[in-house]
Design a binder for this molecule. Structure first.
Ligand code: NAD
Ligand code: MLT
Length: 288
């Protein structure tokens, strides 16, 4: 593609320092400003050529419309739910993500949550901190021999499958796009959701936020005692306004920590900077 002129970039969140360093090494002037209100962002964005965000910055249609020079919105992460992509596209602004930089971290957190669910680790640790010694209350279950249902067999779903297979779990799944023969090659048998729900001891969800994925989980057809390890318990309306699920004793929740490792942040920060530099040099673009 033809080179695109990017002289100034605003980084509006905590993104790995490699991002700024790579942009600057390539002659791009970088400004870092975090925790801006929507109005402050609208006032600030006016003259920048590029914007780099994680998930806290909401790049709404008003922000896009205030950006007079913006050519690229770079998301140092996978999902672009926080960017109004149609509004950006209408204005000719490219939206790029870094789709694989945090895959392993998100998959590892999923496995940690599955193990925490099966052995009540957070509840038991909290109970001991409160001075209790309650072995009976925290009787768990082995993962070995259990059935894990994986909804969404993309990058993260695949990595979760291989890790949990090493624990002796049977992995089944559903994905409308990944071909069944492809997932079968990494040990995941595909079936319809109606067939999947009643077979699972554990369910984990790794789908994008789309109209088709909202409300896709059907608890009515799940086996009694089935454990859910889903994106919905890791990623909320942030921060959650209704705390009833968080406070439920059987719920283990995290404040959107899937990508919060040094390694994932370094990869995403570096990837988005290199993708912007590629744009400037007229190389082919990657990302969704
Ligand atoms: P991916 O695109 O590789 O995989 C998503 C899969 O979902 C695809 O295979 C797609 O075909 C499938 N899918 C689409 N519609 C579906 C439906 N209706 N039912 C079932 N499957 C459906 O994406 P990924 O890298 O595996 O990431 C998955 C999600 O995880 C993304 O939305 C991303 O935002 C999120 N994520 C969260 C964190 C975190 O910190 N919590 C970190 C990384 C990614
Ligand atoms: C993502 O979509 O990559 C995640 O939400 C991770 C993040 O950037 O926090």
């Amino acid at each position: 593609m033809a080179p695109i002129s990017i002289k100034t970039v605003l980084i509006s969140e905590s993104v790995d320092p490699r991002c700024k360093a790579i942009l600057e090494e390539n002659g791009i002037q970088v400004t870092e400003k975090q925790n801006m209100t929507k109005d402050e962002l609208i006032a600030e964005i006016k003259d920048y050529d590029g914007l780099v965000v994680r998930s806290a910055t909401k790049v709404t249609a008003d922000v896009v419309s205030a950006a007079n020079n913006l050519k690229i919105i770079g998301r140092a992460g996978t999902g672009v739910d926080n960017v109004d992509v149609p509004a950006a596209t209408k204005k000719g602004i490219i939206v790029m993500n870094t789709p694989s930089g945090n895959t392993i971290s998100a998959a590892e957190l999923t496995c940690a949550l599955l193990m925490s669910l099966s052995r009540n680790v957070p509840q038991a640790a909290m109970s001991m901190k409160q001075g209790n010694w309650d072995r009976k209350k925290f009787m768990g279950a082995e993962l070995y021999g259990k059935v894990l249902g994986i909804v969404g067999l993309g990058r993260i779903g695949k990595e979760v499958a291989s890790r949990m297979q090493s624990f002796g779990m049977k992995t089944i799944g559903y994905d409308p796009i990944t071909p069944p023969e492809v997932s079968a090659s990494w040990g995941v048998e595909q079936m319809s959701l109606e067939q999947l729900w009643p077979q699972c001891d554990y369910i984990t969800v790794h789908t994008p936020l789309l109209p088709s994925t909202v409300g896709e989980l059907n608890t009515n057809h799940m086996r009694e005692g089935c454990e859910l390890c889903k994106r919905g318990l890791e990623v909320w309306t942030e921060p959650p306004k209704n705390h009833s699920l968080v406070e439920h004793p059987n719920v283990i929740s995290c404040p959107h920590l899937g990508a919060s490792t040094k390694e994932a942040q370094a990869r995403c920060g570096e990837d988005i900077a290199l993708q912007i530099v590629d744009m400037v040099k007229g190389k082919n673009l990657v990302g969704a």
